[in-house]
Design a protein around this ligand. Structure first.
Ligand code: AMP
Ligand code: MG
Length: 488
């Protein structure tokens, strides 16, 4: 049983813990043998008011491995349900995470991989080093890209053996977000007919995160319909950003959908290499429910699950339907805006939608490397030299034809691509699978310098990082052999 530390480095405030016993089970983290530091994020530490001195202390290592309880913290495993791969999965809950509390800055802190809880359902409550490194780096990478995400304060390893397909070792990730509440939290109480708790949760979320919904303009004066609208819009915007940057979540189950529209629960995620809209990044998803081009539609399906859960509060089926129908146009507009920005344009131009669709078809027909294409196009806009872009295509004439049609459309509209906008929209660095794998391989040998260097680069993905050009290059052949599953 972990013991309490002496001083109070974090000031807590009442958050989710105040909702009562129906929302989770008090659950201290399990002891983690011989913990060691792998990495931490100074920006996240600053966000929480933690200084470097504390972050490098033994006290921090003990607390962020789960070996001691921070003063004032009462770790809690929360209960939620969810639809997994389209099927209602019943009760899930934090099976390997505990919420330490909410800081005075309004950030929730969770330990992930911190041992068994009442919701572990036969699992060991642990997370392996491999998947924890991926989640640590993913939070940094997405934040650097300007995409809403949970973040990580620190990553701690341990020699504790953990059995997956093979024996691996354990790690504990300290995750940070304004809230870890999921669609599945609402679905759970709705599924149990616990309307009082459902309302309590909805009121809490509105009060804390969507106060504008209390007035619920445009949602018939119905605060809960207003909440549904706001979450639906945020989800549409988030997925528009994923599609534009070429991010695949891999497991878009409703228990992995954030009520704040954050990218949440990084498992077998992937950033696109060669452009393939049908790409499935999760080996555990043979039917491709969560294939890249399915994500926008799945977002809508998930929002519909949330709508069903909120129906006892909204109490108006037609209104709920109207609200979620707005998801599709919201996604469409947000996606087009992102894609235009990738082309260097701040506003619509005549024929833009068809022009973008043609380009994506061309990229798909040759599996052109997605990040490299956009980055080279950005440099071409600055220099006027399109040869490096053309060089990405086997059928150079097809590229010439697209470029010519694009230039004609812009000329008709009197517009020109802004290279600056493109260089700030099309990253030089994304967390490709093989880059995470390089960091994991080194970490397994006890060398954490690659994790830390990748973290520094990915925090500023639009900048050039001398000495790390290789990380912006094509994936090596072995990247195609990497297989990611839900095993983590
Ligand atoms: P995920 O697939 O990681 O989103 O997890 C789905 C559900 O399974 C959540 O309730 C998790 O807490 C739970 N879970 C996943 N892995 C483990 C594990 N090793 N031990 C206990 N629960 C787990
Ligand atoms: Mg999950």
């Amino acid at each position: 049983m972990p013991v309490a530390t002496s001083r109070a480095p974090i000031t807590w405030r009442q958050g989710l813990h105040g909702l009562g016993a129906a929302f989770g089970s008090p659950q201290p983290a399990a002891a983690l043998p011989d913990p060691y530091w792998i990495a931490h994020d100074r920006d996240v530490a600053t966000l929480l008011g933690l200084d470097e001195h504390w972050m490098s202390s033994d006290e921090a290592l003990r607390a962020l491995s789960g070996n001691t309880v921070l003063p004032g913290s009462t770790p809690l495993a929360t209960v939620y349900g969810g639809h997994q791969f389209g099927v209602w999965a019943g009760r899930l809950g934090d099976g390997r995470a505990v919420l330490l509390g909410e800081t005075a800055q309004g950030q929730e802190i969770q330990l992930k991989g911190s041992g068994r809880t009442p919701y572990s359902r036969g699992g060991d409550g642990r997370a392996v080093l491999r998947s924890s490194i991926r989640e640590f780096l993913a939070g940094t990478a997405m934040h650097g890209l300007g995409i809403s995400t949970t973040r990580a304060l620190a990553l701690v390893g341990s020699p504790l053996p953990v059995q997956r397909e093979e024996q691996e070792t354990a790690a504990v990730l300290t995750r940070v977000a304004p809230s870890f509440i999921r669609f599945g939290h609402f679905e759970w109480f709705a599924s149990q007919g616990q309307t009082t708790e459902l309302r309590q949760l909805a009121d809490y979320v509105i009060e804390r995160y969507y106060p504008e919904c209390r007035d619920a303009d445009g949602a018939g004066g119905n605060a809960y319909a207003g909440l549904l609208r706001a979450v639906s819009e945020r989800t549409a915007h988030l997925i528009a950003q994923w599609q534009a940057v070429g991010f695949m979540h891999g497991v878009m189950n409703t228990d992995n959908m954030s009520i704040l529209g954050l990218t949440l629960d990084y498992g077998p995620f992937q950033f696109m290499d060669g452009y393939d809209p049908r790409h499935i990044c999760n080996h555990s998803d043979p039917l491709g429910r969560y294939a890249f081009d399915e994500q926008p539609g799945v977002g809508h399906w998930n929002v519909a699950c949330l709508a069903r859960a909120l129906l006892p509060l909204i109490a108006d089926v037609a209104l709920a339907q109207t609200v979620i129908a707005a998801y599709t146009p919201a996604f469409h507009d947000a996606y087009l805006a992102r894609m235009r920005a990738k082309l260097g344009l701040r506003a619509a131009f005549e024929g833009d939608e068809a022009c973008i669709a043609d380009l994506l078809r061309l990229l798909a027909s040759e599996r052109v490397d997605y990040p490299i294409f956009w980055r080279r196009l950005s440099h071409a806009a600055a220099s006027g030299d399109h040869a490096p872009v053309r060089g990405l295509f086997i059928d150079g004439a097809a590229w010439d034809a697209w470029l010519l049609s694009f230039k004609k459309l812009l000329a008709l509209d009197g517009k020109a691509p802004e290279a600056d906008l493109m260089l700030k929209t099309n990253p030089q660095y994304v967390l490709r699978n093989h880059l995470a794998e390089l960091a994991i391989r080194d970490a397994k040998l006890g060398d954490f310098s690659t994790v830390q260097a990748l973290q520094r680069v990915l925090a500023h993905p639009f900048d050039e990082h001398p000495g790390h050009d290789d990380w912006a290059g094509f994936p090596p052949d072995w990247a195609g052999t990497l297989s990611l599953s839900c095993s983590s």
